[in-house]
Design a binder for this molecule. Structure first.
Ligand SMILES: *[C@@H]1O[C@H](CO)[C@@H](O)[C@H](O)[C@H]1NC(C)=O
Ligand SMILES: *[C@@H]1O[C@H](CO)[C@@H](O)[C@H](O)[C@H]1NC(C)=O
Ligand SMILES: *[C@@H]1O[C@H](CO)[C@@H](O)[C@H](O)[C@H]1NC(C)=O
Ligand SMILES: *[C@@H]1O[C@H](CO)[C@@H](O)[C@H](O)[C@H]1NC(C)=O
Ligand SMILES: *[C@@H]1O[C@H](CO)[C@@H](O)[C@H](O)[C@H]1NC(C)=O
Ligand SMILES: [Ca+2]
Length: 307
C-alpha cells in the first residue's frame, strides 16, 4: 500500500512539475516543495518497512537449517552482495541481486564473513559435483550454491564490469592448512570475447598462481592473465591440444595452467594421473596435489569494512 501511495505521489510531482514550469508562482513552488517532502518521507517509510520485512524473514529462518531458501523478500536494486551487506543483512546465505547490466535478477550465495559483502563465484568441498562441463553449463552456472558450484561466466561478466572488483580465493588442503590469494581489479569479458580474464595486483599467502607461479619463464605458458575461457567443447587455449578436455574442467587455460580450481576432485590430496588435472594451485602445493576446499568470491575493491 505504501508503494501505491509513493507511485501516486510521484505522479502528482510530475503534474506539479509541469504546471510549475508553465506558471512560476510562489504558491506553486511551495506546493511542489511540500509534495517533495512528502515523497521523501514516504520513501523513508517504505525503506524502513522493507528492512523490517527482511529482518522478520531472517528471524523466521533463524532456527531453519535449510539454507536453500533465500533470505531476502524481494529484489530491490542490490547489484552484489556488498550492497546486500550494507542494506543490513549480515548472515551468509542466498540472496537476490541484479547486477546493473544484467537482464534479470538472480540468486547468489553471499559470504558475510571476512568483513562481509562477498559474492561467491565458486566452491569445492567434497567432490559432489562434476566440473567437466560444457561451454553453456559454465556460461549459465551449475551445482548447488550451498555446496559445490560455479556461478556462471555470464553473471561473472555482469558483476565485474560494474566497477573495480577484487577476487579473493580461500584454499585449504587436507592437513587443514589455509592460504588465500587476492587479486585487485578482476574482470571477465563478455561471451564474444570468450569471457577473457584480466586482473591486477596480487596479495596473499598462497602464491600468485594466476600470474603463472613465481618463475618468469613459466608465466609465458602458465599465466592466466588475458586468457580466454575454455571448456571441452570450446578450445580457446594456447595449447595445440585441448586443456579443458585433458584437465577435465573449464578454466582460463593458457598452455595449460598453474592454477586450475575447476579440476578433478581427488579426495586425498596427493594424486597421480596422466596430466595435472586435480584442483591445483601450483605455487602452494604443486601440480600433483589436489586441494580439499576452494572458495572464489568477489567484492568491490574499494569496499570499506565496517567495525
Ligand atoms: C499564475 O498563477 C497565479 C496564482 O496561482 C494566477 O493568479 C495567474 O493568473 C497565473 N498566471 C498564468 C499565466 O497562468
Ligand atoms: C547482525 O545484525 C544484527 C541486527 O541487524 C545484529 O544484532 C548483530 O549483532 C549483527 N551481527 C554481526 C556479526 O554483525
Ligand atoms: C558434499 O557436501 C554437501 C554440503 O555439505 C552435502 O550436501 C553433500 O551430501 C556432500 N556430498 C558428498 C558426496 O559428500
Ligand atoms: C567430460 O564430459 C564429456 C561430456 O559429457 C565427456 O564426453 C568426456 O568423456 C568427459 N571427460 C572426462 C575425462 O570425464
Ligand atoms: C580501478 O582501479 C584502478 C587502480 O586501482 C584505476 O586505475 C581504474 O581507473 C579503476 N577503474 C574503475 C572503473 O574505477
Ligand atoms: Ca588448444
Amino acid at each position: 500500500m505504501l508503494g501505491g501511495s509513493l507511485m501516486m505521489m510521484t505522479g502528482l510531482l510530475i503534474v506539479a512539475g509541469v504546471s510549475c514550469s508553465l506558471n512560476v508562482s510562489d504558491s506553486c513552488q511551495m506546493e511542489l516543495a511540500r509534495l517533495q517532502e512528502q515523497e521523501r518521507l514516504l520513501k523513508d517509510q517504505l525503506q524502513q518497512q522493507e528492512l523490517l520485512l527482511h529482518r522478520l524473514q531472517l528471524l523466521n529462518q533463524a532456527g531453519n537449517r535449510n539454507h536453500a531458501q533465500t533470505h531476502q523478500v524481494q529484489d530491490t536494486q542490490l547489484t552484489d552482495c556488498s550492497q546486500v551487506f550494507t542494506a543490513g543483512f549480515n548472515l551468509s546465505g542466498l540472496y537476490r541481486i541484479q547486477p546493473s547490466s544484467s537482464p534479470s535478477a538472480l540468486t547468489v550465495y553471499c559470504d558475510m564473513t571476512e568483513g562481509g559483502g562477498w559474492t561467491v563465484v565458486q566452491r569445492r568441498l567434497n567432490g559432489s559435483e562434476t566440473f567437466n562441463r560444457s561451454w553453456s553449463e559454465y556460461k549459465d552456472g551449475f551445482g548447488d550454491m550451498t555446496a559445490e558450484f560455479w556461478l556462471g561466466n555470464e553473471i561473472l561478466h555482469h558483476i565485474t564490469t560494474q566497477g573495480n572488483y577484487s577476487l579473493k580465493i580461500n584454499l585449504e588442503d587436507f592437513d587443514d592448512q589455509q592460504r588465500y590469494a587476492e587479486y585487485k581489479n578482476l574482470r571477465v569479458a563478455d561471451e564474444k570475447d570468450h569471457y577473457r580474464l584480466s586482473f591486477g595486483a596480487f596479495e596473499g599467502t598462497a602464491g600468485d598462481a594466476l600470474s603463472g607461479g613465481h618463475l618468469a619463464a613459466e608465466s609465458e605458458w602458465a599465466s592466466h592473465q588475458g586468457m580466454k575461457f575454455s571448456t571441452y567443447d570450446q578450445d580457446n587455449d594456447n595449447y595445440r591440444g585441448n586443456c579443458a578436455q585433458e584437465d577435465r574442467g573449464g578454466w582460463w587455460f593458457n598452455k595449460c595452467h598453474s592454477a586450475h580450481l575447476n579440476g578433478v576432485y581427488y579426495p586425498r590430496g596427493h594424486y597421480s594421473s596422466l596430466t595435472d588435472d586435480g584442483v591445483v594451485w601450483y605455487p602452494w602445493r604443486g601440480w600433483w596435489y589436489s586441494l580439499k576446499t576452494t572458495v572464489m568470491k568477489l567484492r568491490p575493491t574499494d569496499y570499506q569494512e565496517s567495525i
